[in-house]
Write a protein that binds this ligand. Structure first.
Ligand SMILES: Cc1cc2nc3c(=O)[nH]c(=O)nc-3n(C[C@H](O)[C@H](O)[C@H](O)COP(=O)(O)OP(=O)(O)OC[C@H]3O[C@@H](n4cnc5c(N)ncnc54)[C@H](O)[C@@H]3O)c2cc1C
Length: 427
């Protein structure tokens, strides 16, 4: 290896940021290689808008080759690490295998859907963590309304018009808020379905958005209830069947749509690296290196990064942290070659945005709570600024949606069996 080679495993918020910053800092003096299963960076915060028919799927993807000139992209999934021999093994999308050596390694493989051991959930629920799952869900919701429109049996019609979202974090809250607008739009051609779509949002916590500022939760709760979403706190699913779900309250809800948004857990690959973990995430120091291997960095959802603003805690699994981990890791890698000084990761929360569809959002930029249209402007502005590409296309979709309404057709490209909730990710 003539030039130092830096291998980054995973091109999400954290890995993409390291690659982009390092490419700038190194001016070509280092070889930067990304190993990632897809040829794009996925802007996950807008995935609920894909699942509810607002954004076209490719809008939330950014081509790695186009956005990261000079960075080599290997399409593949890393599946083994030899930290003493400094190599990473991977399998490409066609089943071929390869192995690459490194001088510095960054592990940024993110997280996967979290399953809970509830009977029937793995078979009947659908989550979304990637494009294919979001696209499947969009088609599924569309199909339920279309089939309800043609159903002769009233019970079937009602079941197809009922959507149960489990998990009222930001993903579940956005899906329920935006989903009800989508189905209200879809039923327009069927007068007999008007007023029928029923959306339930469940969480075992005492309120919506349990990990966020309570003022965001209150604003979101009000919007959801105004739209007729049944918000059920301190409630969970006890069983899922072909015909519906039984809630912890004992109620049986006939439905064909169980949407699983209970959160994420670190990618299972983390368990196979052979390094210490905390809450399933790779332990790192404040400089983002793993114990005993100063040339190996772990960042993003996959890493337990100490939160120096809250001693004893680790940073949350958010895009905000992942991006800033990426920036710090890039600087520290450059510093390890004598360019600048390494720094500890320290980041104060800058606030959060929750897009509720229509003209509604809830946000707390710099801790100041806002809602309604001002929050909408902040939310959309934030997403456009945060996306590393495709901004005009996303803004174009938003504009078209506000003028023309949703384009409610199924593409039918993804069969349900292709997007199961991953049984391997069960706790
Ligand atoms: C639907 C949804 C909405 C969200 N909304 C928000 C939000 O509004 N605000 C916010 O702050 N956070 C949000 N989050 C959380 C945020 O997206 C994550 O915290 C963030 O993506 C973490 O970044 P990361 O780089 O660690 O992981 P990711 O962005 O998940 O990237 C991991 C990358 O690693 C790749 N990878 C996985 N396994 C391998 C392997 N074996 N080999 C190679 N590559 C691999 C993946 O394909 C992916 O490209 C949301 C998450 C979801 C799922």
């Amino acid at each position: 290896m003539a030039r130092p080679r830096i291998v980054i495993v995973g091109a999400g918020f954290a890995g993409f940021t390291v690659a982009r910053k390092l490419a700038k800092l190194s001016h070509g003096s280092a070889e930067i290689v990304i190993v990632n299963p897809t040829d794009y960076f996925l802007y996950l915060p807008l995935l609920p808008e894909v699942a509810t028919g607002l954004l076209e799927p490719r809008r939330v993807t950014v081509s790695l080759a186009a956005a990261l000139p000079g960075v080599r992209v290997i399409l593949g999934e890393a599946d083994n690490f030899d930290l003493d021999g400094r190599t990473v093994g991977y399998t490409d999308p066609e089943g071929g295998t390869g192995r690459i050596g490194y001088h510095r390694l960054v592990i940024s493989v993110g997280s996967v859907n979290k399953l809970l051991p509830v009977p029937g959930v793995a078979e009947h629920a659908h989550g979304f963590r990637g494009i294919s799952e979001a696209l499947y869900l969009r088609d599924h919701i569309t199909r339920q309304i279309e089939m309800a429109g043609n159903a002769s049996d009233d019970a079937e019609r009602q079941a197809r018009c009922t959507f149960v979202v489990v998990g009222a974090g930001y993903t579940g809250t956005e899906v329920a808020a935006q989903g009800v607008l989508y189905t209200d739009d879809l039923v327009k051609p069927w007068p007999e379905l008007h007023g029928r779509p029923r959306w339930l949002l469940l969480d075992t916590a005492e309120r919506l958005l349990p990990s966020l500022d309570h003022r965001l939760a209150e604003a979101s709760d009000a919007v959801l209830r105004e739209r007729g979403v049944e918000v059920m706190t301190k409630t969970s699913v006890q069983e899922a069947t072909d015909d519906g779900v039984r809630l912890s309250t004992g109620e049986f809800v006939p439905t064909r749509s169980l949407i699983w948004c209970v959160g994420v857990r670190p990618d299972p690959l983390v368990d196979h690296v052979g390094l210490p973990t905390r809450e399933g995430r790779l332990v790192v120091d404040e400089f983002l290196t793993v114990p005993g291997y100063p040339d190996v960095y772990a960042i993003g959802d996959a890493a337990a990064v100490p939160d120096l603003t809250m001693p004893g805690e680790i940073t949350g699994m958010t895009a905000q942290h992942a991006v800033r981990h990426g920036t710090t890791a890039a600087h520290n890698i450059a510093a390890s070659y004598g360019h600048g000084r390494r720094r500890a990761y320290k980041h104060h929360d800058l606030g959060f945005v929750v897009d509720l569809g229509g003209l509604d959002s809830a946000a707390n930029p710099l801790g100041i709570p806002i809602k309604g249209f001002p929050a909408k402007v902040v939310t959309r502005g934030y997403h456009l600024l945060s996306m590393p590409g495709n901004r005009v296309r996303v803004a174009g979709d938003w504009l078209l949606d506000s003028v023309l309404g949703r384009h409610g057709v199924q593409l039918g490209l993804i069969p349900g069996r292709a997007v199961p909730l991953d049984v391997n990710s069960a706790e």
